[in-house]
Design a binder for this molecule. Structure first.
Ligand code: HXC
Ligand code: NAP
Length: 287
């Protein structure tokens, strides 16, 4: 979508960049000339991904182990990135944990685990990078957070994730105002269904994948393509979006609005039946 080298000079950290959407966004950032550090708990996976993406794009991709739940590991990851790239100017908080479960079946630790990865992890990275940028008097920096549309609608059966993502959205909007004076921009992306192994194995386990067709929930009648999300992310971390701050951009084919609109289910009514319904409604006008 963007011109060649549109991200040249951008030094990006993508948490959870070894798989799924993080990997797809990283690939496009590299294609556009950014240097990218990818981080997660699994160093072997990160090394494999980094080698694959470097070969594919000719870019520079640095694999760094970091559990975002641990503030010391986050600070070390930041220092390692600065050491390798000279400076870092973009943080993409993408790492997440999630699974479907009736809430009453969750242990306290299960609930904490999701909150810790999503909310505390995003807080750890944002605080470490923000403090660093302020101390360095570094400006034109960007934090992009991956949330979900249920950050504002809520959702049954993924309550820890919904709770944590709502917190991340509040953090995005709050810091967009508070830290703008330091030259930081904060935005979020709320993706609808984009097939990834990580999400699908935990949200649609077993034959749920066949039973629940995610595309049917979407007005555009399809799931998202990873490149579509990568295009949006590249734009939001680029200088082309320099006046966008505190925004959450939904990319879901209209999915959440379809669930919300009171009469949206009327799209199930066949065309022929509308003649009868219209006649019935018009007849009421005279009574
Ligand atoms: C109930 C469960 C559970 C389940 C784990 N637990 N799975 N409880 N139902 N299915 C409980 C465990 O018993 C334990 O509690 C606690 O959760 C922690 O589990 P661990 O396995 O020790 O945790 P950990 O190794 O840190 O793994 C974290 C994880 C795992 C979240 C459980 O799934 C993971 O690593 N996920 C990372 C990737 C991921 O989730 N990607 C999907 C993102 S998708 P006790 O009490 O027994 O100790 C996404 C999409 C949003 O966010 C929107 C889509 C449309
Ligand atoms: P994914 O491949 O499972 O990505 C999650 C990543 O987070 C993994 O690479 C994982 O790597 C990393 N991670 C988990 N716990 C971590 C921890 N404690 N520290 C550091 N990294 C950790 O799933 P995905 O679908 O691409 O999800 C990416 C993002 O998109 C998430 O924020 C998710 O909520 C969001 N999202 C996805 C969809 C969708 O339809 N796919 C929809 C809405 C929002 P390790 O296991 O190696 O640590």
């Amino acid at each position: 979508m963007l011109r060649d080298n549109a991200l040249s000079g951008k030094h990006v950290v993508v948490t959870g960049g070894g798989s799924g959407l993080g990997k797809s966004m990283t690939r496009y950032f590299l294609e556009l000339g950014a240097k990218v550090a990818i981080t997660s708990r699994d160093l072997n996976k990160l090394k494999t991904t980094a080698a694959e993406l470097e070969k594919e794009t000719g870019g520079v991709c640095l694999p760094l182990q970091c559990d975002v739940r641990d503030y010391t590991q986050v600070e070390n990851m930041l220092q390692e990135t600065v050491k390798a790239f000279g400076e870092v100017n973009v943080l993409l908080n993408n790492a997440a944990g999630n699974f479907i479960a009736p809430t009453e079946r969750l242990s306290a630790n299960a609930f904490d685990t999701i909150i810790d990865i999503v909310l505390k992890g995003t807080k750890n990275c944002t605080l470490a990078f923000g403090k660093h940028w302020i101390a360095q008097k570094q400006t034109q920096t960007v934090v992009l957070n991956i949330v979900t549309t249920y950050a504002w609608t809520g959702s049954a059966y993924v309550v820890p994730s919904a709770t944590a993502k709502a917190g991340v959205l509040a953090m995005t909007r709050s810091l967009a105002v508070e830290w703008a004076k330091y030259g930081m921009r904060f935005n979020a992306i709320a993706p609808g269904p984009f097939p990834t192994k990580g999400a699908w194995d935990r949200l649609l386990p077993g034959d749920l994948k066949e039973k629940i067709d995610m595309a049917k929930k979407v007005p555009l009648n399809r799931v998202g393509d990873h490149q579509e999300l990568a295009n949006l992310a590249a734009y939001l971390i680029s200088d082309f979006s320099a006046y966008i701050n505190g925004e959450v951009v939904t990319i879901d084919g209209g999915e959440w609005l379809k669930g919300a609109g009171q009469f949206n289910l009327l799209d199930q009514i066949p065309e022929a039946l509308w003649d009868q319904l219209e006649a019935m409604i018009r007849a009421k006008k005279s009574t």
